[in-house]
Write a protein that binds this ligand. Sequence first.
Ligand code: PEP
Length: 244
Amino acid sequence: MRKIVAGNWKMNHGPVAAAGFFDRFRPETDPESVELIFFVAGLSLHAVEASARVPVGLGVQNIHWEPSGALTGEMSAEMAAEAGASYILAGHSERRHVFGETDAEVSRKVAAAVRAGLVPVVCVGELLEERRAGRLAEVLRRQVSAFVPALRGSGEFMVAYEPVWAIGTGETATPYDASEAHGIVREALGALGKAPILYGGSVKPGNAAALMSAPDVDGVLVGGASLEPEVFARIAAAGEQSVE
Ligand code: PEP
């Protein structure tokens, strides 16, 4: 099955740096085996679209749930779609834990993405203290059950399992940990359980193949290691190695 290798550039790479990235990004992967997606700043969408020399999916990292209005500084799903995005990250752990986004707000963003025809990639994941307290399954089930109704049973979506303790810390879940959590998410999704589930949290060229070969792991969402074109191309190659 095809693997998905997605990069989350966070607040990095404006239009000039984005174009420079694609001058050097030369993945040798077959798009039939590895689907590449980039979550970029809204203002870099056009630069990525204009400078990517290989097929890439384009997404934004956050939206507001209203379609338009007096909400200074916000961007709607419709505006992101108009600017060329097809995907949106919802509920990234930095949104949840730095900006205080709640499950209810994530669900409204998922509904807005569906309304605008964007594919939501919904991030879920536990804090270290929740894992240590044996609450992994409870937290994941709560986060999944909050956004599933917003999908209204239709449309394409993905989930990214990103344990909060592994994001940007250098700590990575083992392939076994990732499989276990993905199994919990799949079960919580019920009838929607065939959706792709990505793993995210300090993915690097050295651990990407093992993670993507683990049962139930359909791809990866990569933060820091997606900023360097050569490094991200090596992660894409690891995705191809793990295709069955
Ligand atoms: C992320 O931003 O989704 C992420 C997983 O970051 P990092 O790969 O840097 O841990």
